[in-house]
Design a protein around this ligand. Structure first.
Ligand code: MF3
Ligand code: CO
Length: 255
């Protein structure tokens, strides 16, 4: 089956994930009030290049629309796929989602995190904590013998308890030589349904959670997804390997 990776492929995905995770960590540590999102994107570009990797986002094509930046930077009501620009300066109180996807030796590593710029609003802290914890909870279901719906349902269950809105238009995915491979991993669904998980699957699990409703609008740039109600959104993502035992999170930085 195509979504099962060979040992050699897994080794390459592992390396790509380590680079993606290290670049993301640096951006998370360095983002601050007063930077433009262009500055932050250029920093991402520089770090990715330092590792001899390339951004898998840059020039990524969706129909006739090519993604023009090296990372995805989505502020406040922006959910995912925001484009860094010199016209946007990061401000105190902002909710900044950073998504880093790299290609290294032909394979992909994909991860994202959301950072709060001080002063931090209580409700924003709750939103990002719930999103991070929903991801961690969902990862615990990425075990051989479970199904994709077990992961999806774990996110849904966790988030419904907290009364936030789940984004349904975008989903997690398998990773391999390309960024979006089978299976799709929605952040809602029924337990025991969907593709069977097997050792050797590399899965990008990525809850996108809104403070208000899950409804999405698209900006005129054709990329940036925003909340329809204008309230903030958070996004966390790890690439995870399904093994014969516990799930292995490949995008925890060790290098
Ligand atoms: N993690 C995002 C995703 O899986 C990254 C998209 S990069 C872009 O969709 F180029 F498509 F924006
Ligand atoms: Co992804």
């Amino acid at each position: 089956m195509k979504s099962i990776r060979s040992d050699e492929e897994i080794q390459s995905i592992r390396e790509a994930c380590q680079i993606a995770a290290t670049v993301l960590k640096r951006l998370v540590d360095e983002v601050e009030e007063g930077m433009t999102t262009y500055d932050l994107d250029q920093l991402g570009r520089k770090y990715i290049e330092e590792f001899g990797a390339e951004s898998a986002c840059f020039n990524y094509r969706s129909g006739s629309n090519v993604f023009p930046a090296h990372t995805c930077l989505s502020i406040n009501e922006e959910i995912v796929h925001g484009i860094g620009t010199m016209r946007r300066t990061i401000q105190g109180g902002d909710v900044v989602s950073i998504d880093v996807v790299v290609r290294y030796r032909g394979f992909i590593g994909d991860n994202a995190s959301t950072v709060l710029i001080p002063p931090v609003a209580d409700e924003n802290q709750k939103l990002i904590d719930a999103t991070r914890e929903a991801l961690n909870y969902a990862i615990s279901f990425a075990r051989a013998g479970n199904r994709v719906g077990d992961i999806s349902n774990a996110v849904e269950r966790y988030i419904k308890r907290h009364n936030f809105g789940i984004v349904r238009e975008f989903v997690g995915h398998g990773v391999g030589a390309t960024m979006h491979e089978a299976p799709q991993i929605p952040n809602f669904g029924r337990r025991g349904t969907g593709a069977l998980l097997k050792p050797g699957m590399a899965l990008a699990i990525e809850p996108m959670i809104n403070m208000g409703t899950g409804a999405v609008s698209m900006m005129d740039d054709g990329w940036t997804a925003v909340t329809r109600d204008g309230k903030p959104s958070a996004h966390f993502e790890h690439t995870v390997l399904v093994t014969g035992g516990d799930p292995e999170i490949l995008t925890i930085p060790k290098i």
